[in-house]
Each structure stands twice: as C-alpha cells, then as structure tokens.
Design a protein around this ligand. Structure first.
Ligand code: NOJ
Length: 563
C-alpha cells in the first residue's frame, strides 16, 4: 500500500466531528453559539485528531427542526455570524489540516422559504411544482409520519389552494419535488456556491426520502425514471466542481439495511454517495451491548456489502444529534435496547429511540465507555463523533425532545460551562446538570487529566490515523468461544490488524487462531506493552480485562511503520 493513497481518498481514514453551531461556543455573549466560536476551537479539535468538521445547519431558519427547516439555503443565520465568519472558519480549519463539510438538505425547505411562499399562492404559480401536491384527500398516513408526536400524517391541506402538500417531517418542512429539473438545477447551484466558498463536501440529509419514488411518481409530469439517477447526477456535479481542490464528499443519511444501502453507493460503480452512515451496525452494536454478547455486532459486520469499490466508505458512529434509533431491529430486540439503556419513558423518543448520550446509558461506567469508543475507532470505516462525546457529556432530559442531547458544550466548570457569558436565562439551550454537569465533566479539566475520556479519544484517533488498514480494510470476524468478546481483523493489501473487544464486565482469556498467518507471527499491541506471537498452531490466548480492548498490529518485517 502506498501511503499517498490515503491522502487521495482522505475520507477513508478521516476522523469526523459534528458540531451544532447553536451550542458550541458563544463568542459574543449573546447566549447562542456562533461560527467565530468554532474557529476559536479549531486548535482544540486538531489536537484531538479531528480531521473533518461536519457543521449542522447554520442557515436562516425558523428553527422548528433545529435548523433543518431552512428558509435561505445560501444564507448564514445572523445569530451565528455572516459569510465572512464562515470563510474565516474554513480558512483556519484548512490551515490546521481540518476539512469542513456542511449539511445539505435536499428533501425539504422551511414553509417560510420564498419558494414555498410563492408556491402556495396559486396552483399555477411558477414555483408550485417545486413542491409535491395532490388534489385528492390522502386519507390516513399517520403510520408514515417521522415525528408522530407532532404530526398525524405526511400530507397537509393548504387552505388557500385546496390541495395537500407532502412533508415527511414537520408540516413546516414541505418536501421539495426533486423530480423537477428546475429544483435539481437549484440544488446543484447551491452545492456549487458552498464548494466555491471552500467546503469539502456535504452531509446529505434524509436521502431515501429525497429520492422517494413511491411518493413522487405520478404526481406531476417530471417523473423519476430511475431515482438513483438523481444521486448520480449530484455526485457527477460534485466531482466536476470539486476538482482542483481535492476530492469532496457526499456523506448520506440512509437509515436502511445494508443490502438496500448498496444502491445508494451506486453499487460497484461507486458513483452516488461517497459515504453512508452505518445505521444497521450502529443498532446491532447497541443490541450487542445490551446483551453483553458480541454476536449481533459480528452478524452486522459479516453482512456488510462486499464488492464495493474503495471509493465507497462507511461512516461509523455511536451517538449523533438525533435520537438513538432502533427501527432496524425487530420488535423484541428494540425492547431489549430500550429497556437496557432507557428504562424510563422520559428517556425515549417517538417510541423508536432514545434521547440520551452514551454516559447516561452506561451509568457513567468509564471502562464500558472507553471500550465503546475503542470499538468506534476500530470498526471498519470512518469514525464520526458528536460534539461533547470526547469529554463524556451527558444529556439533559429537562430539555424537550431530541434537544436533550444538544445542550451547550461544556468547556469549563465556570459560568454556563464556559459556553457563554450571557445570563443563564438567555442561553439558547440550558446546560446539563447532575452527574454529567460541567462541574464534573468539562474540557478544561479533561485536558489536565491523563485518564480522561479526552486523552483516551485523542490516543485512539492518533492510532487510527496511523493505521489506514482500519479505515480502508476488509473485515473478517474471527471465531472465538468467548461470546462476549468480538475479535475482528481488518486487512488492506499486506497490512492487518486484529482487534479484540470485551463487551462483558468480567476479565476473560480469549483463545483464537489466525489460520492465514505463519506460526511465530508477532502481534504487537499498539496501546500497551503486552504483545504476543502466534504459536505453532497459529493460535494465541489473549487475556482481557472486563470491558477490555486490544489493538494488535500484525508485525510485518517489510513495513517501516513505528510499532
Ligand atoms: C435528519 C436530521 O438528522 C434530523 O435532525 C432532522 O430532523 C431530519 N433529517 C429532517 O431534516
């Protein structure tokens, strides 16, 4: 393997970090986070080993859905700064070797967007066809509403024109008609705009909804012939516009089983989404953790599609800014995860997920938390963290809905957790309190504590970055007779690593064989002194602590890497 390849496809071994601008750092004392605040923290992020920021929506918005309801896709919400602040952020990030991707919402706009305001004026308005309308009563569609606590269906009657418009999310988020060539041109122009300002790609929101043939076909004359052609078009455009400034990515939110995700990558042509979040593995991982049994996770890894090109990459995550959804599990499995990690009703969201961060779910057990992050960095793919995970922030259940996990970043134990100098009553969201409140969990303290989560994550990120076989490799799950331990191996060309994770709280010894390697092959632990070698039967017996983890590099004489 040539190390230069890792720079060409940078996203295959990136460390991605998601920021909610509203709650990261308020540099003006307004009570709301802003772009300049983030720029102040680029050095902090670079030091952790973050190589790519994902900025959640910062566009003008009535904020009925935390900014995912956009009223001006070209704008910067004045509470967060202006385009100048945005360019400064990109400039500083790039200088520190950190790329920046931003949310691209192509499925819907806000109902306050000028297109929708125009569209609802009359049925023959030029913007009418930017959205999806029907003249007949849609009947009961409550089973399709994404936010069933807030909406009783996916069509809302527009009184003025007497027709219904489609909205998979809130009724204040009308779905765009992405089958309309004019809408497609608008989206391409928009991508071109932000690429020109220097972004390195997009996290594409709600992709399956945006190309949903079922709801669009037959609704107007611009039918999708093949919905995936649209993703292909977007990728082609991205590729053309980003050439000369390094490759840009589209990281898609596609919450579907593995076999259905293949089409969203463009199959073996790899010409649609560059990356996709691996929701399936995420949910199986939580099932495995709930059971203290590695089998569900092993099955998920085994079911990863094979035959994809190296240009298609999975993004792994533990938690994100939404609820921890369990909708890809069967009903009994869902109950197991919800009961294990969200025993109280108040911890749940829309019956399908948990509005919690990881430390709360694990009762603050540092061993279990550290093991889970070790898994995150060793699952084949690219790790994505949500701000605050690196210091072990918890949720605030007093804050309604999904915002419980979007509380202000805890920088210090001082006023407002060091997030803002405003009066607490003026904060755009309340700071967490209790065992994960800022007096116990904050970045300033974590920087000084060698045993902190922050130091742990920093070390994992560094080892991950120097081990491209983790991001690039093919995965093999190794059989072992210890059910609570996952042993997996990732191999890229002639480089391999063997990873062990004990999902159980008790120490154990894990015997396993690596049939394809020579007897005597050294396995060098990258995180501790305890290396070993394969015996003459190509076996080893690895002692593991409760919630222990090991990163073993298969030593290779021709390799010049530091061990
Ligand atoms: C997915 C986003 O992650 C979520 O926060 C949002 O509510 C929906 N898409 C709608 O944009």
């Amino acid at each position: 393997m040539r190390i230069t390849e890792t720079a060409d496809l940078w996203y295959n071994n990136a460390v991605i970090y998601c920021i909610d601008v509203e709650t990261y750092l308020d540099s003006t004392g307004s009570g709301t986070g802003d772009l300049h605040g983030i720029t102040q923290r680029i050095d902090y992020l670079a030091e952790i080993g973050v190589t790519c920021l994902w900025l959640m929506p910062f566009y003008p918005s009535p904020r009925r859905d935390n900014g995912y309801d956009i009223s001006d896709m070209y704008g910067v919400d004045s509470r967060y700064g202006d385009h100048g602040d945005f360019v400064e952020l990109i400039r500083v990030a790039h200088d520190r070797g950190v790329r920046v991707i931003i949310d691209l919402v192509i499925n819907h706009t806000s109902d306050q967007h000028p297109w929708f305001k125009a569209a609802r004026r009359s049925t023959d308005n030029p913007y009418r066809d930017y959205y999806v309308w029907r003249a007949d009563d849609p009947g009961d569609t409550s089973d399709q509403a994404m936010f069933p606590d807030e909406e009783d269906g996916i069509w809302t009657l527009d009184e003025r024109t007497g027709q219904w418009y489609l909205h998979h999310f809130l009724h204040t988020q009308p779905d765009l008609n992405t089958a309309n060539p004019q809408v497609r041109d608008e989206i391409a122009k928009l991508m071109g705009f932000w690429l020109q300002l220097g972004v390195d790609g997009f996290r594409v929101d709600a992709v399956p909804f945006a190309i949903n043939q079922r709801t669009l076909v037959g609704m107007d004359e611009h039918e999708f012939e093949e919905p995936h052609d649209y993703l292909r078009e977007l990728r082609g455009f991205l590729q053309r516009r980003a050439s000369g400034q390094g490759s840009a990515i589209m990281l898609g939110e596609v919450n579907l089983p593995h076999e259905e995700q293949v089409a969203f990558f463009g199959g073996e042509n790899s010409d649609q989404l560059t990356m996709q979040f691996d929701f399936f593995t995420n949910q199986r991982l939580f099932l495995a953790l709930a059971r203290n049994d590695a089998a569900p996770l092993a099955e998920a890894l085994r079911s990863r599609p094979t035959g994809l090109r190296i240009e298609s990459q999975y993004a792994n995550f533990l938690r994100n800014h939404d609820e921890l959804t369990v909708d890809l599990l069967d009903e009994d499995e869902q109950d197991e995860v919800l009961d294990a990690f969200g025993p109280e009703e108040d911890m749940r969201f829309a019956g399908r997920g948990l509005r919690r961060r990881l430390p709360g779910m694990f009762n603050g057990d540092p061993r279990k938390l550290k093991m889970a992050y070790s898994l995150l960095f060793t699952l084949p793919g690219t790790p994505v963290m949500f701000y605050g995970e690196e210091i072990g922030m918890g949720e605030n259940l007093d804050v309604p809905g999904r915002e419980a996990v979007r509380t202000p970043m805890q920088w210090s134990s001082g006023k407002n957790a060091g997030f803002s100098t405003a009066k607490p009553s003026q904060l755009s969201r309340a700071v967490t309190h209790g065992p994960f409140g800022p007096e116990h969990v904050n970045a300033a303290q974590a920087r000084r504590d060698q045993s902190s989560m922050l130091h742990h994550i920093t070390r994992l990120a560094k080892r991950y970055r120097e081990s491209p076989e983790l991001g690039w490799g093919d995965v093999t799950v190794i059989d072992t007779e210890v059910p609570q331990v996952l042993v997996h191996m990732t191999t890229w060309e002639n480089r391999s690593m063997v990873l062990l994770h004990n999902l159980g709280s008790e120490p154990t010894i894990v015997p396993f064989a690596l049939e394809d390697l020579e007897p005597g092959t050294p396995l060098v632990d990258l995180l501790s002194e305890e290396s070993c070698e394969l015996d003459e039967d190509r076996m080893t017996r690895m002692p593991m602590d409760g919630y222990g983890y090991r990163w073993l590099r298969v030593a290779n004489e021709d390799d010049h890497r530091l061990l």
